[in-house]
Design a protein around this ligand. Sequence first.
Ligand SMILES: Cc1cc2nc3c(=O)[nH]c(=O)nc-3n(C[C@H](O)[C@H](O)[C@H](O)COP(=O)(O)OP(=O)(O)OC[C@H]3O[C@@H](n4cnc5c(N)ncnc54)[C@H](O)[C@@H]3O)c2cc1C
Length: 415
Amino acid sequence: MSTAQPPTTAIIGAGISGLSLALALNQQSIPCTVYESRSAPLNIGGAITLFPNGLRVLDALGIYSVIKPQGYSFDALYFRDAAGNLTETHEFGSEAKYGYSALRVYRHVLINALLAALKDRGVRVEYGRKFSHVITDDEGITFAFTDGSQEPAAILVGADGIHSTVRKVLYPDLGPPSFVGQIAMSAAVPTAQLNLPAGADLREHLPATFVSQQHGAFVMAPQGPDGSEVIIAKQKRVPVDPRREGLAAMLANKEAHIALLRENADAFPDIVKNAVSDIPIDQLFVWPFYVVPRLERWASWEKGRGRVVIVGDAAHAIPPSSGQGVNQALEDVYMLSLLLGNKGVDEAEPLGFWQKYRQARVDRILKLVEQIDLRRLPTDEVEEKVVKEPFELGWLYGTDLRGDVDAWVRDNAKE
Ligand SMILES: Cc1cc2nc3c(=O)[nH]c(=O)nc-3n(C[C@H](O)[C@H](O)[C@H](O)COP(=O)(O)OP(=O)(O)OC[C@H]3O[C@@H](n4cnc5c(N)ncnc54)[C@H](O)[C@@H]3O)c2cc1C
């Protein structure tokens, strides 16, 4: 057990949820420590897309101005058919409407910015500490790590991702996340390889999803501040969970991975054929898609007992096709920190408000994901289920979490 002052809040997991929660709590003057099982910050997975709703949170945390110059800003994603004709445009952001364009930024850029801000503020992030279980939650919590060490906390937050161990404290009988029968495969190639017309404005071409009626979709999105690199990705139905049935073998076989990315490229426009013409083997990824069932509660919050909360993917894994996983995690942690920082309302109620508010948004996003996924799969599988109207996304991008929390606090303040 460490001899330092016991933290009031222990955050398990130094992914984007855990680190941003630590920063948000620090902003509310709530002390915390982050414990991460890995030995060092994770540096994989290419870039992530941050939407206005997530960027607004990062702005409030002082991180947006740090990452913006390191990311690729854009407002729209284009859907094109197999001949390259534009079929739909999806809004991803707009400075005029929401205050922010969308930003594609390497995951490690965001993680490093959060770590630097935490270091500046003296918030501890301890690596090589894998949470195991809660020992007692009578008055505050004492919990154990897999190496047998222990720590105390008043609040234990599980920001430990889709395969969360802290979730088991709330749901001891819940099975592992289920595989949804789809994987994404991706690689990164130089944008120059696409052979766009000389002088072309990259933002008029990409990011784009090319949809073939027979072969599904091929996604391309620029990354790096100048868009000089493009991620190329395919979503594919697979009958069995590749993590159980040989994901390691699949990852090891780089040539097979490249062959899958190239499969049926002839059915797509030249830009796709060019993209797959030369695929470097050092940036290949396979991501199986998992879901956790809709959970009744994300917190155990009884007076006089240790409290447990789960956030981000641990609470509500959202299929990656929405691009909202990180953005929703940022909404979770910012709103939670505002509510925990407010002392004017009775203890447990803010958590009930938080989950109801957050769950309603997650549910709406899951419906959106269903539609996005339908557009990315071969038409014969899905034709009759596709909604043709363009998406209206003001509810998603324009949300004012601080305003909504302030209004709720005003309405629920103790006499
Ligand atoms: C292919 C793909 C593309 C994506 N693209 C986007 C995108 O463009 N935009 C977007 O918003 N989202 C995207 N997502 C989703 C996004 O990656 C996740 O929603 C997000 O990473 C969740 O963050 P998290 O911090 O909750 O969990 P994680 O990132 O999984 O972090 C959990 C952390 O907890 C640690 N941990 C786990 N168990 C323990 C333990 N027992 N003790 C201590 N530490 C532990 C882990 O090592 C890890 O560091 C994408 C996901 C995939 C798969």
